[in-house]
Design a protein around this ligand. Sequence first.
Ligand code: TXA
Ligand code: MG
Length: 336
Amino acid sequence: MKACDRLDVDFRVCVRLNTDFHSMKTLLTTDPDQAAEFIRGGGIVAFPTETVYGLGANVFDERAVRKIFEAKERPADNPLIAHVGDRSQIAELSREINDAAHRLIDAFFPGPLTVVVKRSARVPLIATAGLETIGIRMPRHELARRFLAACGTPVVAPSANISGRPSPTTWQAVYEDLDGRVDCILQGEATEIGLESTVVDCTNEVPLVLRPGAVGIEEIRRIVPNAAVFAGNAEQAAVSPGMRHKHYSPRAKVVIVRNASEAVGHGRSAFIGLEATSAHFDRVEVCASPNAYAHRLFAFFRECDSDKIDVIYCQEVEEMGIGRALMDRLRRAAEA
Ligand code: TXA
Ligand code: MG
């Protein structure tokens, strides 16, 4: 039996519900206390973090968590990350924090790192997609921290996009996907990092990086030297359900190129990369560094879609630090 077979979420029902979503009023606010009131009342709220915007619900409120899956049209077998505002909440979510998890938490919380640990019995199975484990993260983003403090409970939150679309890095991108489907959008600035957190599974002897992010493998190995990187084999895939799903895709076709001269435009084309180019594209973004590239990528994908671009050429980067996460997202987008 697959873990998700234990759940009674029926996504045919979700699709049907979606037709009613647009009758829902979505409140836009910059006030974290006002946004948190919706969480306390069993609602769902999009909020900024330093990585991407998340769509949150009280982790212990099963009905509220279900609303997240419906609003995003998210497959039921993809588990959610629980966000804490304060370290004492970790004990509410997990019955066992082993040494590797402890060390990673001490080194990187608050920040763009998620640790996967054994879940506590209090966490409803819908939040973990039927798994006995749970991902936990403590954002360092100021507004997110004020929001989580006001919620007074850990908040499960996937990225606040319709499943399969690029994660939102601005509140406007959240609005584009989820207006009429969520109770509230907490409006902050564009997110600093622009790619999702690094996810490390700490439930086995060898900690396994399931998803690269802003905390690089080099930094993780400084804290847990035996950490391995997810290689996508069958055994590892079982612990990383989210990696099976299509992700981060603009409507346009994504092509990875070594440099701009390799990008030969057909139809309306765009280029994003580190190198200036004199070739003609309908949209061009030259980024000053890999960090700036990461910060802009998902917003650029969305701008290209609004612009009816057919092909987006993305320049490859060296797989170091944020470069590894950037290449991971580019490959996933190019797979589509
Ligand atoms: O930066 C982020 O992580 C953002 C912000 C909002 O915090 N959240 C985010 O959530 O990217 P989401 O749901 O889009 O991606 C969560 C990833 C998925 O690949 C999922 O499979 C994995 O984390 N994940 C969550 N819980 C897990 C668990 N218990 N075991 C293995 N993988 C897990
Ligand atoms: Mg996501």
